[in-house]
Design a protein around this ligand. Structure first.
Ligand code: GAL
Length: 422
């Protein structure tokens, strides 16, 4: 159903979920970590405009952790104080400049006593902080999960089969039983974690400003089951890093969660690392293609003034952005065949290789070579759910060439390429 009809069915504008479609933007963390300044953020914002990323749809410029004075709030007002050295015109001044470019601005806090890097955070101060953010002109809040005090700890463990190398193996994506496993049918909306995230949701809604609420609790407490009650998107895993093994690990986890994403409800696979670390061109394309296909928010995380033109082109890929921002089909792509593994196998190194998703331009079909060597993948049209015989094929998405279907009514692509069939 087109989102305009969904909107009507839901009774008009939806303050709780301003993001009908997954967000597009830039964030400081993967590029600069704590080493941020107004200059760096403004350089990114200007690059978003001059590189044509704004025209491609990227519109949020988000400041991550470490923007505040570390050792305390304002003694009189109790407000968090923007670091005057990093942000000489404050967050308000920064927001004005970003708005002046026709872009929106995001900020970061945590549902704990400190942010993950140890700066002041918002637990039990949600009303004051939300009002402060609104008064500065903030449009987006990323809300992390660090420094949760003892009286806010839940009695139960949750299952996030994440970080396979440190904590795995997980038997086909299950975490096993422990003394803290919740009783069967346990409802996580009764948890303290839900309550911590709801307090900020309520505080944001009380402001006279639309602020996109991006939950960042790393998939804990089965957030995919309730995140849509409180905000627009929710992180599904721990942090991404700029190495293929981690991108692959996250893609594998996400491949089992596509049922939770739709218009207004966005599984967040974490921010992009295109331009960072040692990701090759093929790995960068695959990272982008799958993050777009699963309809994760696409938040760029690199120093844009140093990004190679061929990587800028990945971020602007029109096929994939059109799928991601489709206003008729909200559902993400999902695997139709795992490939090297039997279907529904949980494998951090070899996630599902064959995916498809419906869009208003036809079907997006993706094939991924998960092996660490050159290897061919064949998309057999008859295997793709919903495809109709005789449809035109276009491969690969990154070159956008239109070719007739070949090879046994299918298309072939070699390692690292992504094929799209509209
Ligand atoms: C992590 C979060 C990262 C980044 C970092 C800042 O918890 O997942 O995306 O925000 O904190 O300290």
């Amino acid at each position: 159903m087109p989102w305009s009809k969904v909107l009507a069915a839901r009774g008009g504008a939806n303050l709780l979920h301003p993001a009908i479609l997954p967000a597009l933007g830039w964030n400081s963390w993967n590029a600069f970590y704590c080493d941020i300044t107004e200059d760096k953020i403004m350089t990114a914002a200007k690059q978003v405009v001059s590189l044509g990323l704004k025209d491609a749809g990227y519109n949020y410029i988000n400041v991550d952790d470490c923007w505040a004075v570390k050792d305390g709030r304002d003694k009189v007002t109790g407000k968090i104080i923007p670091d005057p050295v990093k942000f000489p015109t404050g967050i308000r001044g920064l927001a004005d400049k970003i708005h002046g470019l026709g872009l929106k601005v995001g900020i970061y806090s945590s549902a704990g006593t400190k942010t993950c890097a140890g700066y002041p955070a918002s637990l039990d101060k949600e009303g004051l902080d939300a009002a402060t953010f609104a008064s500065w002109g903030i449009d987006y809040l990323k809300y992390d999960n660090c420094y949760v005090p003892d009286n806010w700890q839940d009695p139960y463990d949750f299952c996030v089969p994440d970080d396979y190398r440190a904590y795995g193996p997980y038997h086909n994506g299950t975490c096993g039983q422990s003394a803290r496993t919740p009783p069967s049918g346990y409802n996580w909306t009764t948890s303290l974690e839900y309550k911590r995230y709801k307090q900020m949701s309520d505080a944001l809604l009380a402001q006279n400003r639309t602020i996109l609420y991006s939950l960042c609790n790393w998939g804990h407490a089965a957030v995919e089951e309730w995140g849509h009650q409180l905000g627009s998107s929710w992180r599904m895993t721990g942090d991404i890093s700029p190495q293929w093994w981690r991108v692959s690990e996250i893609l594998n986890q996400m491949s089992f969660k596509s049922a939770y994403a739709d218009f207004w409800e966005h599984n967040d696979a974490d921010m992009l690392h295109i331009g960072n670390g040692n990701l090759t061109m093929e790995e960068s394309r695959s990272h982008f293609a799958f993050w777009a296909a699963i309809k994760s928010p696409l938040i760029i995380g690199t120093a844009l003034d140093r990004l190679a033109a061929e990587k800028v082109a990945i971020l602007k890929n029109a096929h994939l952005l059109a799928f991601h921002q489709d206003n008729e089909f909200g559902k993400p792509a999902q695997p139709y065949k795992w490939g090297v593994n039997a279907d529904w196998t949980f494998d951090a190194d070899r996630p599902a290789e064959y995916w498809s998703g419906e869009s208003k331009n036809g079907f997006l079909v993706l094939a991924l070579n998960t092996l660490q060597q050159k290897s061919q993948r064949t998309i057999v049209f008859q295997e793709v759910p919903g495809l109709v015989k005789g449809q035109k094929a276009e491969v690969p998405a990154f070159e956008g060439r239109s070719v007739p279907p070949r090879h046994n009514n299918g298309v072939r692509c070699s390692g690292g390429e992504t094929a799209a069939s509209p």
